[in-house]
Design a binder for this molecule. Structure first.
Ligand code: DOR
Ligand code: ZN
Length: 345
């Protein structure tokens, strides 16, 4: 039986690094395992212009210190008022590598998001022209749509029509949670890909609701039924180059999750590779882990593969109940569990 696994250093194609003291507390966990990460722009206020994104990138680098080799890949937050020239300028100057579409009020920090994709038509046309990826939080927000259906409805109502109109647009369907999303990505052309989180590979909606309400299993999009989880596991481990690693690590202080209106998001950065690897091992797909974690993402974004390697060993690791992130107590994903693999570096 394989006792160690060595692969090219992975990248995380979807993270929330936050800001201020929390940034300093959580960013080292991502930088410890990953060479690069796509950093989400949903701060308060959101990162809606070139200068703001550049300043945020500098704060991330400062928080990690001069010895860090980690590269934050920044993103721009789209609003109804985003100017196509600003988007093209920031992309040309390599301040950001992509733009994020949050439907307004879909999730944390999305109040300034896009109310109708028709409002950003000019931006999307420009992005298609210059080959700039659009990162999509794929959920509709209409009150009448059940929260468990919001991703599937988004595909029919928004994403499929958008790609029919702009077939050249490069799209990452972020943190897919349904069989419908997997099928859609597989049936789409090569310029459509998706990230998959560890939690959506491990848990279904029972984890959130059976035996009590469990806020630490609550993220958006919410985990769905078991057959969706199984479709995601097939997608991640099945060898398609359209799926890649994106943890959606989204840390919130423990008291903000254990509340009457708890925040959405799981803090999975500290044991991200161990968590994914458990899934690949259970699926008998250890040989496909490197493609998912370290190859498919850079190929899609047109970036070089990392040359360094990392090693994990089958000795196991105990996940703590609580992690102190520079003064903020956060419950990590898998809190209190033992995982089979240990990241060595
Ligand atoms: O669970 C989530 N948390 N989903 C998101 O889309 C945003 C994120 C956050 O920023 O906390
Ligand atoms: Zn996210």
């Amino acid at each position: 039986m394989t006792q160690t696994l060595t692969i090219r250093r992975p990248d995380d194609w979807h993270v929330h690094l936050r800001d201020g003291d929390l940034l300093t507390g959580v960013a080292p966990y991502t930088a410890r395992q990953f060479a690069r990460a796509i950093v989400m722009p949903n701060l308060a206020p959101p990162m809606t212009d070139v200068a703001g994104v550049a300043a945020y990138r500098d704060r991330i680098l400062a928080a990690l210190g001069p010895d860090s080799t980690f590269t934050p890949l920044m993103t721009l937050y789209l609003t109804d008022a985003t100017d196509p020239d600003e988007v093209a300028r920031g992309f040309a100057e390599q301040v950001f590598v992509a733009a994020k579409l949050y439907p307004a009020h879909a999730t944390t920090g999305s109040a300034h998001g896009v109310t109708d994709v028709a409002n950003i038509r000019g931006v999307l046309e420009r992005m298609a022209q210059i080959g700039m990826p659009l990162l999509v939080h794929g959920e509709v927000t209409h009150a009448e749509v059940d929260i468990f259906d919001r991703e599937a409805v988004f595909i029919d109502a928004v994403l499929a029509p958008l790609l029919r109109d702009l077939p050249e647009l490069k799209v990452v369907f972020e943190h897919v949670t349904t069989r419908e999303a997997v099928d859609f990505v597989l049936a789409s052309s090569a310029n459509v890909a998706a990230t998959i989180t560890p939690q959506h590979l491990h848990i279904n909606r029972n984890a959130m609701l059976v035996g009590g309400m469990r806020p630490h299993a609550y993220c958006l999009p919410v985990a769905k039924r078991e057959h969706h989880r199984l479709a995601l596991r097939s997608a991640a481990t099945g060898g398609s180059t359209k799926f890649f690693l994106g943890t959606d690590t989204a840390p919130h202080a423990r008291h903000l999750k254990e509340a009457a209106c708890g925040c959405a998001g799981l803090f999975n950065a500290p044991f991200a590779l161990e968590s994914y690897l458990a899934v690949f091992e259970e699926e008998g797909a250890l040989d496909r882990f490197e493609g998912f974690a370290s190859v498919n993402g850079p190929r899609f974004y047109g970036l070089p593969l990392n040359e360094e390697t990392v090693t994990l060993e089958r000795s196991g690791v105990q996940v703590p109940e609580l992690i102190d992130a520079n003064g903020t107590g956060i419950v990590p994903f898998h809190a209190g569990e033992r995982l089979n693999w240990r990241y060595l570096g």
